[in-house]
Design a protein around this ligand. Structure first.
Ligand code: PGA
Length: 254
């Protein structure tokens, strides 16, 4: 018997919030998580500038701190970049890598995403590795091919269920209010788990969390997370509203 996977809900604040709003929001999320007693693991990934403040705001709660990206190198001449050690130093436990906005805004490819995931894992972090097809790829019937290709290219050899979370985020569903059908989501998640199993073994695949991301909100979270291979969500827009984020946390847990 394999252990049930603990649901994970991670809020990706992207380039939103200044200190006062961010601190207030994080405190409310922490309060909800503590008072509700949910079994959902919850993480907040604010912009770099707020990491220290949010860490303090989350003190005394079980909400984890995450970053939205990192550099692959340990240190050195990389103006404007942030290393994994710096993120550990400020209290991060998780790092999102390969978000589609990083892939498109900054030209990040699978090799770079994989190098970042290696760095994150080597620094003791859980890497939340994002993959997902564009609308053109979906329309061309290439979803599974694209997603499994990104998985192969972006997930490092040293991946374990403890240091790796996969986030399936169809690019066309991010921030658009559109989502795939639940049947489509389950097909992709099952393909991801099966690909993990072939590469890393069935035990790893059975224990690794695969999140859905892309316009997840209170009204659709429960049906996504009820799917056999969906273990929570990576939440953008709805993570900026405490009511919506709390409702998603509740829907994903018990
Ligand atoms: P969204 O973003 O929830 O606003 O669609 C999800 C993400 O980009 O992680």
């Amino acid at each position: 018997m394999t252990e049930p996977r603990r649901p994970l809900v991670a809020g990706n604040w992207k380039m939103n919030c200044l200190s006062a709003d961010g601190i207030a929001l994080a405190k409310k999320v922490a309060k909800h998580v503590t008072s509700s007693g949910t079994n959902t693991e919850v993480a907040i990934c604010p912009p770099y500038t707020l990491l220290g403040d949010i860490k303090a705001a989350l003190a005394g709660s079980d909400v984890r701190l995450g970053a939205q990206d990192c550099h692959a190198a340990e240190k050195g001449a990389h103006t404007g970049d942030i290393s994994v050690a710096m993120l550990a130093d400020v209290g991060c436990a998780m790092i999102i890598v390969g978000h589609s906005e990083r892939r498109s805004d900054h030209g990040e490819d699978d090799a770079l995403v994989r190098a970042k995931a290696v760095a994150a894992q080597a620094g003791g972090m859980t890497a939340i590795i994002c993959i997902g097809e564009t609308e053109t790829e979906r329309d061309a019937g290439q979803t599974l091919q694209v997603v499994t290709g990104q998985l192969r290219g972006s997930v490092p050899e040293g991946a374990t269920s403890a240091n790796t979370v996969i986030a399936y985020e169809p690019v066309w569903a991010i921030g658009t209010g559109r989502t795939p059908t639940i049947d489509d989501v389950q097909v992709v998640h099952a393909a991801i788990r099966s690909a993990l199993g072939k590469r890393f073994g069935d035990a790893m695949a059975a224990a690794t969390r695969v999140l859905y991301g892309g316009s997840m909100k209170p009204s659709n979270a429960a049906e996504f997370v009820a799917l056999a291979d969906v273990d929570g969500g990576l939440i953008g827009g709805a993570s900026l509203n405490v009511g919506d984020f709390s409702a998603i946390i509740d829907a994903c847990g018990s």
